[in-house]
Write a protein that binds this ligand. Sequence first.
Ligand SMILES: Nc1ncnc2c1ncn2[C@@H]1O[C@H](COP(=O)(O)OP(=O)(O)OP(=O)(O)O)[C@@H](O)[C@H]1O
Ligand SMILES: [Mg+2]
Length: 308
Amino acid sequence: MAPIISVRNLTKTYANGFQALKGVDLDVEEGEILALLGPNGAGKTTMISIICGIVNPSGGEVLVDGHDIVKDFRVTRAMIGLVPQELTTDQFETVWNTVSFSRGVHGKKANPAHIEKVLRDLSLWDKRDNTLRELSGGMKRRVLIAKALSHEPRILFLDEPTAGVDVTLRRDMWKVVESLRASGVTIILTTHYIEEAEEIADRVGVINGGSLLLVEEKDELMAKLGRKQLILDLVEPLANLPQRFAGNGLSLEPDGLRLVYDFDKDSEQESIAGLLTRLGQEGIHFKDLSTRQTSLEDIFVSLVGGSK
Ligand SMILES: Nc1ncnc2c1ncn2[C@@H]1O[C@H](COP(=O)(O)OP(=O)(O)OP(=O)(O)O)[C@@H](O)[C@H]1O
Ligand SMILES: [Mg+2]
């Protein structure tokens, strides 16, 4: 199946000469959830804005469902819903009008039942007659999401949708995202809450300094770069790691009181049981035992050099 979004050698140099995108290639499959991770200034919003037709590309090509985003702007824009990073809405309009109007802007016939569903899903129904300036910051963000969904887009961009919002809204949002995914909507999101990406995304892209460093299935990325460790707190400090245990993923921390064992997830039961038995036979006893697993966040930090 052809990708729903195809980005080829995309570059962007802003008017002041700053190069925000340096030749990005990316295919997005229909129906997937792709999380774009990257530190501040990486180029995430720039890329999203280009695909949505808000910012002009300097070079390269973007096709949305086979249509060029520059030549066929109206066609591609109508397929896309965008929840922008910045709050930009008319403060004096009501929630209902703002969201309904947005549907019309994208060339869709009025559909009050759909608008009602969107507002209910985002817990905005009670506020439908309030003007936007009467809403809290988190509620305004909900309105942005409602606007983006007003015209039933096939593709939804969520640019930092959960920045500065409370736990309830995040939950509501991820519920909405799940049900959109179930209905076949393609979702591209950016977030600085990497645990969210870890939970929700099918694939993860990492962007830094205007270049896409990698795009991979989340599970494969975790399997490839993720590690598991067993940590043993010892009863008695060890001066050195006995030679018999060296070179097997086992290391002794400098204080001599903790052994850290990097183990292979595929054979974890056996190898741990074996190690514990051998340690016991050597008279090395531990008083506490725990495991830790590399998170997507650890992987991200190691990829972008901790500049997040
Ligand atoms: N209009 C503009 N003119 C000049 N430079 C810009 C403009 N907009 C963005 N930039 C620069 O382009 C780079 C990428 O910005 P962008 O907003 O795409 O980053 P981002 O990955 O979305 O970051 P964040 O996580 O902070 O939202 C930044 O260095 C930014 O300063
Ligand atoms: Mg941004």
